[in-house]
Structure formats: structure tokens, C-alpha cells
Ligand binder design. Structure first.
Ligand code: NAP
Ligand code: MG
Length: 506
């Protein structure tokens, strides 16, 4: 029997007891993994174990895929009208709303993101996303094509079948928590009638497991959603290389994205969508509203502890305002409060895990070694938990790792530029293309720059703006496909053309 996780929250932001089973979730049941092993769940604020959850295996993935196929063939897919799917999804959104505080508290505990952001961005964004796609479930339709008088020709947008979904821990992205990432994946997949085998990140399994309880409570038929907690190299690999998984949707690093694509190619050539990393440019022209640019730039790189796929980690500042910008930006950075995720005025909590903490610290070290200047930050805070000072480097050059690679932590580089041509060249000098931002009060310059940047999202005078009905995804090595909006439905439907002969004789 899987263990029950019980925790009494006594934080200013949330008081209450949570208690739920932490097994893998297959066919509507919580159970142990086939090897009876577990994974420790760590609180990044203290570095201590909170609980342990069942560890799934490749065998468990097989069972979950069978359950998902059976559900697809009997009670979901083409067998469940869109209205029914819509009703269940709306119920799920309502239950998430009822349990919003608890979900946010779990995310703060397990991921380290602040309770306030977890509640107002991640959980609220997740509810909005599930509601949005509940609205789509009964509006999926094909087209009719005019061909010849003796033919009726039309298309059907059918569900793909059993889909595998592998998600990260950061919005466990965007408002990046497990719960948000999960909603981005479940919403369009369920609306289109697919059944699901999902693997959350090993670092943040708690909200994903709690969501399974709500999925049962909402009344989804068993097998429609299956969630296997476990490691990437076992469970994740089993999903992406499974012969009976018809599609895999992945959010995570570019490195692992490559492995997913390779596994899909080597198995059944399943359809692949990828939401990957970024090294997003944030361009600030001389004529920008300086105070606003400073505030947004700080939000762009430091929000969610810098663990944001679209973080504005390369900040380009035009030479006329460079000194003043840097002065104000370092002041702003120093003022950001880092600490307990449950305290109301905390902006930044701990990094998600020791692995990530060490990775970020080694990037900071590499910047120092390479001769970049630390303007502010550049070290850890305290000795307990995984807290890092918001950090800004200057005096960088394009050969440095801190300029080229995604750090996924609170570390930004500030770079001076001359003019539009110069900055566009520098901004596009990256293998990534997830997002970009431009700050200027000149409308023509704003729009021209936005159009020339090679990125899936371009923000003008803002950053990190995301809406359920607006597509999000990457150019270049930042991904394939789009999440959110009507565009995401394409990820989860297969188009069938039907030709009906109305009397043409051979
Ligand atoms: P990650 O290391 O790539 O892991 C993502 C997921 O893939 C985890 O569940 C991981 O499992 C699993 N995985 C690892 N190896 C695997 C394999 N061989 N086969 C199948 N699955 C495997 O990424 P992360 O550190 O969790 O998240 C940070 C990254 O995600 C950053 O690069 C960020 O930019 C990106 N991201 C992108 C978006 C977007 O929308 N574009 C959003 C959020 C995050 P484990 O549990 O074992 O780690
Ligand atoms: Mg954790």
C-alpha cells in the first residue's frame, strides 16, 4: 500500500492539514510501483526530506498505457462526446479552485516557490487553463472541402490516442510549477479526447499526485489520466520509447528533449512536441521608460528564482542609458527579498533542489573565472536550504558560458549595445528562440525589433506575460509545437480526410 502524506501547515499564508495517498496513479487507483521502491521528496527551504512517494518503473508504464488504451477505446476518445469531456474538465477546474490554497502550499513546500506566486500565478493560471480548454472540448471540428459535384469530402480532427506527457519542476514553467505545467499538458489533450500517461518531475511530485485525487473526485473515468512518479531515465524513457504511446509531449531541457525525439524515432515514430529551454534577450533602448524597464527586467530574470524557461537572462542596454540603468538595476536587485516561501513579502524562495543549486553556483563560478564582473550577488545565502542571491554580471563576452547557456537560476548578464542593428545581431546569436522582450517608447522601433527577433514570443514593454488563449513555444532549439491557445489543439488531434462517392461510376 502506498504511504499517506500528512502535513500540518502552520504558515501565516496557509494553516491546515493535508493528507493524501502518494502512490502512482493508474486506472484511477493509487498503488505502489512494481519494485516497491520510493523516492524522497525534499523541502528546498531546509534540504530535509518531507516524505517519500512511490517510484514507478517501466513495467508500471506498460500497465498505465494498457489502462489508457482501454479507456480510450471504451469511455473516452471517440466514445465520449465533447460536452461530457467539457463538463468533467469544468468540474476539475472547480475542485482546483476549492483546493487552491492547499495546492499552492504544497507547491511552496515542495518546489520552494513563494506561496503568493504559487497561488496567484501557478494555481490560478492552471485553473484558467483547464477552464479554457473545457470550453474547447465541444468545439473541435473539421472542415468540408469543395471537390467535385459527385463527392462529399470533409476532415475530422480525431484524438491521437494514448499520449505520454513528461513535465519539469519549475512551473512544476511560466508561471512554472508542476501544477501549471500539468494543466498546460492535460487541458488540450483531454479536450481533444486523448488519454494520458504523465510523468511529473521527481523533484516536485506532490501537486501532481494531489491533482490525481481531484481528477478522481471530478469523476473522470479510470484510465483517462494516469500519473507515474519516477525518474526520467526509467519512467520518462519508457514513455518516450513505448510502442503503444501515440504521441509524446515534453517540457524540459533541450538536452533531454533531444533524447525524447531520439527515443520516439527509434520506437514507433510517435508524434513529438517539445517545449525546451531559452536564453531570452531583453532589449532596453535609450528612450525606454527607465523605471519601468528596470522593474520589468528584474521581474524577467528573477521571477520564480530565475527558474523560468523564458527568463530574460541576457539584458541588452543601449549605451546612452547604460550607466544609469545599471545603477538602478543593481539597487532594485539588492532590494528583492529572498527567504521563506511562506512569508508574505518574500520575492524569491530557495532553488528547487541541491542539484540545481550546485549547477547554478558552478555557473556563477565559471563567470567569475572567465573574468566577468559581479555587480551584485554572486553567492549563496546562509548554509541551510538552497538560497542564492540574485546575481548580475557585467563585462561579459559572447564566448562565456554565462552568456550562452541556460542557467535556470537568478543570474543575469547585462550587455551594452550601440544601435538596433547591433542589438538584433547579438540578441539572435543563440541556439535558443523561446522569447524576447523590447523596451522603448518608439512604436515603430518596438514593432520592427519584435519582428526581427527570432523567438516564439516577443514582449513589448513587458515580460513573462502569458495567457491561456495565447500560444507559447520556441523557435530554433527552444522547441517544436505550441502550447496554449487554439494552436495547442493541433498537438493533440490527427486530421483524417474522408472522401464520399455520391454516385461517380467507374
Ligand atoms: P529536464 O531535466 O529536462 O527534465 C524534464 C523532465 O524530463 C523531468 O520529468 C525528467 O525526469 C525527465 N527526463 C529526464 N531524462 C529523461 C529521459 N532520458 N527520458 C525521458 N524523460 C526524461 O528539465 P528540468 O530540469 O526538470 O526543467 C528545467 C528545464 O525545462 C529548463 O531547460 C527549462 O527551460 C525547461 N522548461 C521549458 C518550458 C517551456 O515551456 N519551453 C517550461 C518549463 C521548463 P526527472 O524527474 O528524473 O528529472
Ligand atoms: Mg522538492
Amino acid at each position: 500500500m502506498p504511504s499517506t502524506f500528512t502535513h500540518e501547515f502552520n504558515a501565516h499564508a496557509f494553516k491546515g492539514k493535508v493528507s493524501f495517498s502518494t502512490g502512482i496513479f493508474v486506472n484511477g487507483q493509487f498503488q505502489d510501483g512494481s519494485d516497491n521502491t520510493t523516492i524522497d521528496v525534499i523541502n528546498p527551504t531546509t534540504g530535509k526530506v518531507i516524505t517519500s512517494v512511490s517510484e514507478g518503473t517501466a513495467k508500471d508504464v506498460d500497465v498505465a498505457v494498457d489502462a489508457a488504451q482501454k479507456a480510450y477505446d471504451t469511455v473516452w476518445g471517440l466514445n465520449a462526446p465533447g460536452t461530457q469531456r467539457s463538463i468533467l474538465m469544468s468540474k476539475l477546474a472547480a475542485l482546483m479552485q476549492e483546493n487552491a490554497d492547499e495546492l499552492a502550499a504544497l507547491e511552496a513546500l515542495d518546489n520552494g516557490k513563494t506561496f503568493n506566486w504559487a497561488k496567484n500565478a501557478d494555481v490560478a493560471g492552471s485553473i484558467d487553463c483547464i477552464r479554457y480548454y473545457a470550453g474547447w472540448a465541444d468545439k473541435i471540428s473539421g472542415q468540408t472541402q469543395e471537390t467535385t459535384m459527385d463527392k462529399l469530402t470533409y476532415t475530422r480532427h480525431e484524438p491521437i490516442g494514448v499520449v505520454g506527457q513528461i513535465i519539469p519542476w519549475n512551473f512544476p514553467c511560466t508561471y512554472i510549477s508542476t501544477v501549471l505545467m500539468m494543466a498546460w499538458k492535460l487541458g488540450p489533450a483531454l479536450a481533444c479526447g486523448n488519454t494520458i500517461v504523465l510523468k511529473p518531475s521527481e523533484f516536485t511530485p506532490l501537486t501532481a499526485i494531489r491533482m490525481c485525487h481531484l481528477i478522481n473526485e471530478a469523476g473522470f473515468p479510470p484510465g483517462v489520466v494516469n500519473v507515474i512518479t519516477g525518474y526520467g531515465h526509467t519512467v520518462g524513457n519508457a514513455i518516450s520509447s513505448h510502442m503503444h504511446v501515440d504521441k509524446v509531449a515534453f517540457t524540459g531541457s533541450t538536452l533531454v528533449g533531444r533524447k525524447i525525439m531520439e527515443a520516439a524515432a527509434k520506437s514507433n515514430l510517435k508524434n513529438v512536441t517539445l517545449e525546451l529551454g531559452g536564453k531570452s534577450p531583453n532589449i532596453i533602448y535609450d528612450d525606454a521608460d527607465l523605471e519601468q524597464a528596470v522593474n520589468w527586467a528584474a521581474f524577467g530574470i528573477f521571477w520564480n528564482h530565475g527558474q523560468t524557461c523564458c527568463a530574460g537572462s541576457r539584458i541588452f542596454v543601449q549605451e546612452g542609458i547604460y550607466d544609469e540603468f545599471l545603477k538602478r538595476f543593481t539597487e532594485k536587485t539588492r532590494s528583492l527579498k529572498v527567504g521563506d516561501p511562506f512569508a508574505p513579502d518574500t520575492f524569491q524562495g530557495p532553488q528547487v533542489s541541491e542539484v540545481q543549486f550546485n549547477r547554478i553556483m558552478s555557473y556563477i563560478e565559471s563567470g567569475k573565472q572567465a573574468g566577468a564582473k559581479v555587480e551584485v550577488g554572486g553567492e549563496r545565502i546562509g548554509t541551510e536550504g538552497y538560497f542564492i542571491k540574485p546575481t548580475i554580471f557585467t563585462n561579459v563576452d559572447p564566448s562565456m558560458k554565462i552568456v550562452q547557456e541556460e542557467i535556470f537560476g537568478p543570474v543575469g548578464v547585462v550587455i551594452k549595445f550601440k544601435d538596433e542593428e547591433d542589438v538584433i545581431k547579438q540578441a539572435n546569436d543563440t541556439v535558443y528562440g523561446l522569447a524576447a522582450a523590447v523596451f522603448t517608447q518608439n512604436l515603430n522601433r518596438a514593432i520592427n525589433t519584435a519582428h526581427k527577433l527570432k523567438a516564439g514570443t516577443a514582449w513589448i514593454n513587458c515580460v513573462n506575460s502569458l495567457h491561456s488563449n495565447v500560444p507559447f513555444g520556441g523557435f530554433k532549439q527552444s522547441g517544436i509545437g505550441r502550447e496554449l491557445g487554439e494552436y495547442a489543439l493541433n498537438n493533440y488531434t490527427a486530421v483524417k480526410a474522408v472522401h464520399v462517392n455520391l454516385g461517380h461510376k467507374m
